[in-house]
Design a protein around this ligand. Sequence first.
Ligand code: FES
Length: 61
Amino acid sequence: MKKKKPKEVKVGQDSKWMCMCGLSKNLPFCDGSHKQCSGEEDGKLYKYENGKRMEVKKPIF
Ligand code: FES
């Protein structure tokens, strides 16, 4: 399973953590929301609403 966690970007001596999961409410920065993604199963699609995970059975594209 590929983990969705923030990516560190160095800006001078400082570290900035960039959101790689898309759930942050402070994009492009990580706000810790990626913790909701732990336990996702490969090959499944999920959506998150109000911090609650729901599996999407039939995606509409
Ligand atoms: S990586 Fe997206 S909120 Fe942390």
